[in-house]
Design a protein. Structure first.
Length: 318
């Protein structure tokens, strides 16, 4: 493992969570790594993360311009200052948090990646058997509850939102990606590779009707979501028969207003750029990072992380 050489962040820098998966006994484990690119995806530096053991993902900047990231299997949240150095982070307990949203009052919402127990794990045996062992919460035989939790920045728990989840293809996925609406009235979230985009009223602590539910026999699944700087809502729709696409949705009806076919399968991580004209996406299958024009759907720049099944978070510094 080389020494960290991440630079101080500059406007337009792209940060990518791409753990170096080099453990033959565990295909989710290895040295945690955040790669730094410029806005055209030229390599600038690498941070080797401390206090992580498995996939590092869920990257997002807070209002202080600190970068947050998560190792959900190790139940750790990490923070990187704009100088490019990992700094002290609060302890949010022993839950599999993998994504965060920051509210304007300074509070934050953490999404719990795992839900259920071995009874709903479809990947314990068979052709899709996991190459890793999911941890139980301390003192239990449960992976998690798949909820969303409100915390202070200092790690104090404030409120729990008991969210419906889908389980995704393996059955144990809870809240794997989430985004708060611009007015902060609700949070939109998914269980990766499920057929539903969920909504939850965080003002009244109440589950809402789905934003969209794809018919089970359509083959359509949702793998990532996010808001653009202008408030447009996007998702990556995964269909292993028809291909993957980037979709822009009506925020009231959920209907797809625009759809751009992506080059091949595997695109699973989404970051909408602050210029409102581009998106950065990561391919989980082959490790490629692509910069796409929203208007045309064309990929205009790319980079290779050179690790398959590792890219788990992308954020842009502004």
């Amino acid at each position: 493992m080389s020494k960290s050489d991440m630079k101080a962040f500059e406007q337009g820098d792209i940060l990518v969570g791409a753990t170096l998966l080099n453990n033959p006994e565990d295909d989710h484990a290895g040295p945690g790594r955040i790669i730094q690119y410029d806005s055209d995806l030229n390599l600038k530096g690498v941070l080797w993360t401390e206090n992580t053991t498995h996939l590092v993902g869920g990257l997002k900047f807070d209002s202080n311009k600190d970068l947050w990231a998560f190792d959900s299997q190790n139940c750790s949240a990490i923070k990187v200052s704009s100088s490019g150095e990992q700094i002290e982070q609060a302890d949010f307990g022993d839950r599999s948090f993998s994504n965060v949203n920051f509210l304007s009052n300074g509070e934050l919402l953490l999404g719990e990646h795992l839900t259920g127990d071995e009874s709903n794990n479809k990947a314990l045996e068979g052709p899709r058997k996991l190459g890793t062992v999911l941890p139980f919460m301390p003192g239990t035989e449960r992976y998690g509850d798949g909820n969303i939790y409100k915390y202070s920045q200092d790690g104090d728990h404030i409120e729990t939102f008991e969210t419906e989840t889908h389980g995704g293809m393996p059955g144990f996925l809870g809240v794997t990606s989430s985004a708060v609406t611009p007015d902060e009235s609700k949070i939109i979230y998914i269980s990766e590779l499920g057929n539903r985009i969920f909504q939850f009223d965080i003002e009244n602590n109440k589950q809402m009707d789905d934003l969209i539910t794809y018919e089970p026999d359509s083959g359509n699944m949702v793998i990532a979501i996010g808001f653009s700087s202008g408030g447009d809502f996007y998702s990556i729709k995964a269909n292993f028969r028809e291909g993957f696409s980037l979709c822009r949705h009506d925020l009231e009806s959920g209907s797809i207003l625009d759809e751009k076919v992506l080059p091949g399968p595997g695109w699973a991580t989404l970051c909408l750029c602050n210029d409102g004209q581009h998106a950065i996406m990561g391919n989980f299958f082959n490790g490629q990072i692509g910069k796409f024009e929203l208007a045309s759907g064309q990929m205009i720049a790319s980079a290779e992380t050179e690790v398959e099944r590792s890219v788990a978070g992308i954020a842009e510094f502004s």
